[in-house]
Design a protein around this ligand. Structure first.
Ligand code: NAX
Length: 334
């Protein structure tokens, strides 16, 4: 058995938290030989729900689960944590302006970033799930004095997996045959789900779609008119059909993001800090195709982007730039 890892989950009393905790405790994220200590951070109103989840975790008698602690104090929650999943966020309420939403979340993710830097283990890695995820990750990284920004990432793996699911369904193949899909930009409706480099059993996805739709023109039209908007707006579709937002699939994506970041993966998508790759302004938390050799995600460089792809990436990056400008105006970023 390996040494235990301390994992902090914020918003643990919420929907995604409920779908996440049991799988982490069972070993889906860190493997079957790694015990975990769970720290659940909630706001005071959410503590009872998190305590309820903690009772159920106890009732599962997971062999890998060493302890569960529920708290509303960030310093306690992040103390010694090697992994932090920041799920809790302020949702947009009726009539709330975008600037107010950014400000409310800056008030959460700034202090949490500072608390992570002050209390977490030296090797801590942070995944931001709570929306607006890219900019929340930027704020947390900025507030985490002394920690490299590379330790902070935001979740676009759900968008990536949604794209893979849509392609597999359209082509009538297994998801495991589809490789090299990329999500670029912001985790929002402006994101660019890109299949230009994607393959299905070694063939280009565009060629395979051309067979299904009766020509390359029809395949490209399906990608533009159906695939891209469906992936980008899948969250709204889930709310409409299920009556509440995606929780199990978001939790699954968060687990896959962490697992592959530390276990290694050839190709997936994640929002990471830009070092100027593909002309994305430095410092933005932007989704790219990424790879990992087990020490965190690195942008896959050198992929050609055609004019349409470039325009789509630029539009999503413009939104990230505007979000950064809005939080700068609040005086949140140093
Ligand atoms: P819920 O409203 O069910 O749960 C959120 C929980 O966070 C609540 O229990 C609340 O009390 C807690 N919370 C609020 N502020 C907190 C703080 N300062 N510290 C600790 N806990 C706090 O939302 P849920 O469905 O679980 O979604 C959580 C977040 O994930 C939302 O922001 C949502 O928009 C975002 N999502 C992000 C996705 C992604 O791919 N990046 C996809 C799924 C999801 O939409």
């Amino acid at each position: 058995m390996d040494a235990a890892t301390t994992v902090t989950v914020t918003g643990a009393g919420g929907q995604i938290g409920y779908a996440l905790l049991f799988r982490i405790a069972e070993g889906a994220m860190l493997g079957a030989s790694r015990p975990v200590r769970l720290r659940l951070l909630e706001i005071p109103q959410g503590v009872r729900a998190a305590e309820g989840a903690a009772l159920e975790l106890q009732d599962c008698a997971f062999p890998l689960l060493e302890s569960v602690e529920v708290t509303d104090d960030a310093a306690t929650a992040f103390d010694g944590a090697s992994l932090a999943l920041l799920v809790g966020a302020r949702p947009r309420s009726a009539g709330m302006e975008r600037a107010d939403l950014l400000a409310a979340n800056a008030g959460i993710f700034g202090p949490q970033g500072a608390a992570i830097a002050a209390n977490a283990a030296a090797d801590v890695r942070v995944l931001v799930v709570g929306n607006p995820a890219n900019t929340n990750a930027l704020i947390a990284a900025n507030a985490a004095a002394g920690l490299p920004a590379e330790r902070f990432t935001a979740l676009t793996r759900l968008d990536h997996d949604r794209a893979v699911g849509q392609l597999a369904a359209a082509l009538g193949v297994s998801v495991s045959e589809i490789e090299r899909v990329a999500i670029w930009g912001n985790h929002s409706a402006t994101q660019f789900p890109d299949v230009a480099h994607a393959t299905v059993s070694g063939r280009t996805v565009v060629d395979a779609l051309a067979d299904v739709f009766g020509g390359t023109g029809a395949a490209l039209a399906w990608l533009d008119e159906t695939f891209v908007p469906r992936v980008a707006r899948r969250g709204a579709e889930i709310i409409e059909v299920r009556g509440s937002s995606s929780a199990a699939s978001a939790a699954n994506a968060a687990i896959a993001h962490v697992r592959d970041g530390i276990g290694g993966v050839d190709w997936t998508s994640a929002a990471v800090v830009s070092r100027g790759e593909y002309g994305v302004p430095e410092g933005l938390m932007c989704s790219f195709p990424v790879t990992s050799e087990g020490t965190g995600y690195r942008v896959i460089e050198g992929l050609p982007l055609d004019d349409r792809g470039r325009a789509r990436l630029d539009a999503s990056v413009a939104e990230l730039v505007a979000e950064r400008a809005a939080v700068r105006e609040l005086g949140v970023l140093s």
